[in-house]
Design a protein around this ligand. Structure first.
Ligand code: CP
Length: 306
């Protein structure tokens, strides 16, 4: 098993072998992520972080991953602390950070930003979310979580719920689930359906999918409820957001007696009640932890150690 990619931009660039490679390495790195074992595999290496949009999990888990592997981290968590505020463009900023680092992690509000940067710099680029486009490292930790819980992906019944139009996590995840033979239900308000392009691609890949706006259509048959936030920041019309927000509420009463797990890329707003957190259903905090070993595996795969 080997890893073929130089950059991590879209889950569509991955082969099954690439994903399986990362999952296998992740398993081996869990003790390092939990601080039960040490690694110096990234000693002397620097990871550059360019965050044009806010982040808690992705940024901090990348930083933790690099540091637990003995490497260092530079960069900015918001553009206000960088020369972007003086008018420096994305290309120049990326070129500069690439001069100082062995790989770049970039989150940007514009779809395609990470691909653009990968075309102009030589160091590996990792897409940490590009607008409503893709979030491939999130998908790898989502898939890892499902495999950890169920031991497989093939044949799982997964419902993706909420903002399927703007949600980059569900765009990426649907491709990976389709690749590994999971069945998918897309549950959303009519205004926030999965984009036609994604549906078309999934059909071409012979993925089994269906669409509904009613969560009760899926509750008795799914293994995973993958819940997402309605993304206020991506709505062109604030009134439309106000009308749609709160479309789904997952609480312990709704889940009572069901045989499933609840996942969420986080942050949540009010779509999952806190009364789910400590039940057997709530897997989202564990899922977020797996961001560390998954991103360690990614760093080891992309950055050549000495
Ligand atoms: N899941 C995720 O991308 O979270 P952050 O926005 O906090 O990085």
């Amino acid at each position: 098993m080997s890893f073929s990619l130089k950059n991590i931009i879209s889950i569509k660039d991955f082969s099954k072998d690439d994903i399986n490679f990362i999952l296998k390495q992740t398993e081996k790195l869990e003790p390092v992520a939990r601080s039960q074992e040490m690694s110096q595999n990234m000693a002397g290496k620097i990871l550059g972080m360019m965050f044009y949009e806010p982040s808690t999990r992705t940024r901090l888990s990348f930083e933790t991953s690099m540091k637990r592997l003995g490497g260092g981290v530079i960069g900015f968590a918001e553009t206000g602390a960088s020369s972007v505020t003086k008018g420096e463009n994305l290309a120049d900023t990326a070129r500069m950070v690439a001069e100082y680092a062995d790989a770049l992690v970039i989150r940007h509000n514009l779809e395609g930003a990470a691909r653009y940067v990968s075309d102009i710099v030589d160091v590996p680029i990792i897409n940490a979310g590009d607008g409503a486009g893709q979030h491939p490292t999130q998908t790898l930790l989502d898939i890892y979580t499902m495999k950890r819980v169920f031991g497989k992906i093939k044949g799982l019944n997964v419902a993706l719920i909420g903002d399927l139009k703007y949600g980059r996590t569900v765009h990426s995840l649907s491709y990976a689930l389709g690749m590994f033979g999971a069945k998918m239900s897309f549950v959303s308000p009519p205004e926030l359906k999965m984009p036609q392009e994604t549906l078309h691609d999934l059909k071409g890949a012979k993925a089994v999918t269906r669409e509904t706006d009613n969560i009760h259509d899926v509750l008795d048959e799914v293994d995973v409820l993958y819940v997402t936030r309605i993304q206020k920041e991506r709505f062109p019309d604030p009134e439309e957001y106000s009308r749609i927000k709160g479309a789904y509420l997952i609480n312990s009463e709704l889940l009572n007696g069901k045989d499933l797990i609840v996942m969420h890329p986080l942050p949540r707003v009010d779509e999952i009640s806190p009364d789910v957190d400590d039940t057997k259903y709530g897997k989202y905090f564990e899922q977020a932890f797996y961001g560390v070993p998954v991103r360690m595996a990614i760093l080891n795969a992309l950055i050549k150690s000495f």
